[in-house]
Design a protein around this ligand. Structure first.
Ligand SMILES: [Fe+2]
Length: 310
């Protein structure tokens, strides 16, 4: 009986493993998703969405019908949490109350990945935007200490996300040196936003592929991909409001070459099209991931080897 329980627990944990291509779970999408995936969410193997991402701030203390709907999704699909308001680089004291609430949400839904932006969004009040941390040694020490404190409270590593930025106030380091220094000093993981690398490479005139090649591949736990807006020649805005363009898909392919295939989340926050269009973008992501799968004969041989060993 104890063994059966252990096997069941292991199967459940395996079913929460995040892989493939995912989508942000917005409240407005719950109805269309239930229709697309089936009310019981039973057939995960052929589901067109492999995992979901939520902002924990949007689901803490949510009960009633909405809470039950959320529970049905988290019991059926792997989830990641992507924070909005922790303000890791902010001047105000770290919001430890929020971190404890996030810990409870992660536990309640067995969510194993939590990420936040490498930026800040509040001082005394909320600024409702993600602002760049100055690329300086002093800022590396400051933000790394706050990340380590967040990891202590959450009792797990967190992933920080490279953000898009449009000004570089008081920088003494390059963006890549700043990101890598924070990863090292905080001993944390990276959420690699491929579209943000593309946007920044155009706006700040650097080579996107070289930037990715300089990142520590082993720290990347998952990736973001999104569309953007062409504001003016040489100036693009990370809008999350348009389809992904081919050069960003090409950069995703390059990122997989450097880091290996990682779970990849499509971000779409504005001008949200019908779900079928988002699913077709996820299919493109999965097509790129499939390029890196071992040939069928090789995977069959590996499987046979495992069977013999068992
Ligand atoms: Fe992102």
């Amino acid at each position: 009986m104890r063994r059966a329980r252990k096997v069941l627990a292991a199967t459940k944990m395996k079913s929460r493993t995040v892989s493939g291509a995912g989508l942000g779970l917005r409240r407005a999408l719950i109805g269309p998703l239930q229709e697309l995936l089936g009310a019981e969410h039973t057939d995960r193997t052929s589901a067109p969405i492999d995992f979901f991402e939520v902002a924990p701030e949007n689901w803490i203390n949510v009960g009633g019908k909405l809470g039950k709907q959320f529970r049905a999704f988290t019991e059926s699909y792997p989830f990641v949490c992507h924070g909005l308001s922790l303000s890791l680089g902010g001047p105000a004291p770290l919001d430890e109350t929020l971190l404890h609430k996030i810990r409870n949400l992660l536990d309640a839904h067995q969510i194993r990945i939590y990420s936040e932006h490498l930026s800040y969004c509040s001082d005394d009040g909320h600024l409702y935007d993600l602002l760049p941390i100055p690329f300086t040694e002093e800022a590396v020490d400051y933000v790394a200490a706050r990340i380590r404190r967040a990891q202590d409270i959450l009792k797990q590593r967190i992933a920080i996300e490279n953000v898009s930025y449009y000004g570089v106030p008081g920088a003494s380091l390059s963006e890549i040196d700043f990101v890598n220094a924070v990863l090292k000093a905080a001993d944390c993981d990276l959420l690699l936003d491929v579209n943000n690398v593309y946007v920044n490479s155009v706006n700040h005139r650097y080579d996107a592929k070289s930037f990715i090649d300089a990142l520590p591949a082993e720290r990347v736990v998952y990736m973001h991909i999104a569309g953007h807006f062409n504001e003016a020649p040489g100036l693009i805005v990370d809008s999350h409001a348009a389809p992904i363009i081919d050069p960003v898909f090409d950069l995703l392919d390059h990122a997989y070459r450097h880091c290996g295939v990682k779970p990849t989340l499509l971000e779409r926050d504005f001008h949200i099209p019908p779900l079928a269009e988002l699913v077709s973008e996820l299919d493109v992501v999965r097509g790129i991931q499939a390029r890196f799968a071992p040939p069928a004969s090789a995977s069959a041989a590996t499987e046979a080897k495992h069977v013999r060993r068992a």
